[in-house]
Ligand binder design. Structure first.
Ligand code: AMP
Length: 226
């Protein structure tokens, strides 16, 4: 692994609608920079699968494509970010999604003396998001992401771990995607102005091919860490 060197822990935020490629890019940045990807979507899906009280409350909202309450998400994020493996820095994938969450993150970071290096907005056309989302799947073995058209598994198997068990998310159905895009525009898109005002906003054209986007993301990250 070729890990770029950092002198202090980085906090990176990925902003963008569902389907913009936040998860894919976060995993690539994780490998390249030795940071930890923190996906509140993954944490919530794990809570649902484990049947925790938070998971039970979150399930119906997630299935309908809405946003889980700030209270639940902030508690889950606070817990996870305090773990030892996050000491080198984190890539927040899918958090914050509301202004209340952004303020909670600011409070948390100021209490630990950390700051946000960059909030990177993945710029995409909404019209392409339904196709991107409806074709995607995830390797059940290692979590690698695939897409029927743009990144198919090799002969039906994961190129990373060889598993042939690929799963699709329940909320990736076309009818739910519309609600998720609506929630993004109503509640999350205002964070672009929030982070612009804070002087940490960066933008990347995320309509390009995965590797080109990854290169542009890495350049942005290099320019803000160290
Ligand atoms: P994602 O995997 O990021 O697409 O998230 C999947 C679903 O989990 C979303 O549609 C929301 O229902 C829920 N979710 C994930 N992150 C958040 C968040 N920061 N705030 C509220 N709901 C969230």
């Amino acid at each position: 692994m070729n890990v770029d060197v950092m002198t202090r822990p980085a906090v990176l935020i990925l902003l963008g609608p569902p389907g913009a490629g936040k998860g894919t890019q976060a995993r690539m940045l994780q490998e390249k920079f030795g940071l930890v990807q923190l996906s509140t979507g993954d944490l919530l899906r794990a809570a649902v699968a484990a049947g925790t009280p938070a998971g039970k409350q979150a399930k119906a909202v997630m299935d309908a494509g809405g946003l889980v309450s700030d209270e639940i998400v902030i508690a889950i994020l606070n817990d996870r970010i305090a773990a030892e493996d996050c000491r080198n820095g984190v890539i927040l994938d899918g958090f914050p999604r509301t202004t209340v969450q952004a303020q909670a993150l600011d409070d948390l970071l100021s209490s630990t003396g950390q700051k946000i290096n960059a909030a990177i907005s993945l710029e995409v056309d909404d019209s392409a998001m339904v196709e991107r989302i409806s074709g995607r799947s995830t390797c059940a073995g290692c979590g690698e992401g695939y897409h029927d058209t743009f990144k198919p598994p090799h002969n039906g198997a994961c190129v990373k771990c060889g598993s042939t068990e690929l799963t699709r998310r329940a909320d990736d159905r076309a009818e739910t995607v519309a609600s998720r895009l609506e929630a993004y525009h109503a509640q999350t898109a205002p964070l672009i102005a929030y982070y612009k005002a804070a002087g940490v906003l960066k933008s990347v054209d995320a309509m390009a091919e995965i590797d080109k986007v990854a290169g542009d993301m890495a350049s942005v990250v290099r320019s803000v860490i160290g």
